[in-house]
Design a protein around this ligand. Sequence first.
Ligand code: FAD
Length: 396
Amino acid sequence: MKAEQNNKIEETTVAIIGAGVSGLTLATFLQKSGVPCIILERRDRAYIETRQRAGVVDARAVRMFEQWGLVDKLLSGPVAQTIDYRLNGISRVFDAIADDGIQSRFCTQQMLVGNLLKELIDVMEGDIRWNVNDITIHNEESERPQITYFDAEGRHQLVCTYIVGCDADRGMSRLSIPDGILTTYSHEFGYAWLAALVEAPVIGHPIMGVSDHGFVAQLPRGPQRSRYYLQCALSDGPEDWSDQRIWDEIRLRLNDSTIENAVVHNKDFIPLRSVVHSPMQYRNLFLVGDAAHLVPPVSAKGMNLALFDVDILSKALLQAVKDHNTSALQNYSETCLPHIWNYQDFAVWMADTMHDAGDLTLNGTFRQMTARARLDNLFKSDTAARIHSEYQRGMN
Ligand SMILES: Cc1cc2nc3c(=O)[nH]c(=O)nc-3n(C[C@H](O)[C@H](O)[C@H](O)COP(=O)(O)OP(=O)(O)OC[C@H]3O[C@@H](n4cnc5c(N)ncnc54)[C@H](O)[C@@H]3O)c2cc1C
């Protein structure tokens, strides 16, 4: 299905901008269904394959891959159902309830992306154009959309039926929508996380640590690695956090002096924020994943919401292309947004609970006590535990 690359105008049915987790998943589903598509990506394959980010594919996304017969090919890693919530060093392990038997899976975004690339390019001969730049979208009323882009060979023109923007928050597809169409809703949490990828496996369960000294989490990123997240001030940057300071703060916040220093591979600085752009479509352009919304990583939902959008959009595109029925496509944004807002609410709940319950300089002692009561409830109330499980599993 590889389209001929020459000086003529090329054609495809779906042009996808961005070969991250959402672009690759969408292209894999379309290719598997025989719908022609081309991905345009500004980076190269090696860069995409080594970009380390999320670590858990939630149960909803597992079920989606199952429905496409792709679970064994794409997802590796054990089930992810427990979290060790530590309050000032005292540990309580939360075990997610799954009445339907489908559990989330520890599978790093990097592994999923690597497996998608193998399936899409090496097995299905999908068409990805790497290292493209200066993409311009022409998405006029009652005309077929056109994309122009440049690569090492020069200028290219692509005519398509639908364009999908999978190019994340700083991509160009959302920016191609004229002013006045989208409304942006955003919330700044007022603090940041230092994300440190370290050469130390998670022993036992992933940890969400609440402490008077601030929040810390440890989440698995493969058998030998994990990522620590440390709450820090918005005015900080990675340069303020030496490796020694990182390990000293981890020991302090987990109240565990036995934790030994290990190699720190990289450090990212992430201001916590939530954003929703609405609607998620304009004419024949559809926004997916981080291009349409951002959630703070405390909820572990960014990648999973991107996969949710792909689930809805892939079905709508198949209906439009195969059955000439565009109703699901026209309702794409309306179908996605209630779920996105529901998970924004979960992300706010997680962020407020985990941060207010610890460092009282954020919001004072009253909020600290109410946040600790919410955490207690998770372990005392079956109803609270069930609701929390369903959010973790992406099934709410
Ligand atoms: C440090 C960190 C930790 C995270 N932890 C979690 C977690 O635990 N759980 C979770 O679910 N989520 C997590 N996330 C969020 C998750 O990684 C994102 O939500 C997810 O990658 C979104 O997928 P996407 O396909 O929308 O965007 P991306 O995966 O970012 O892909 C976008 C692609 O578009 C390309 N692109 C951008 N601009 C252009 C352009 N102009 N032209 C062509 N191509 C372009 C980019 O190169 C990229 O390949 C984390 C994110 C970070 C940064």
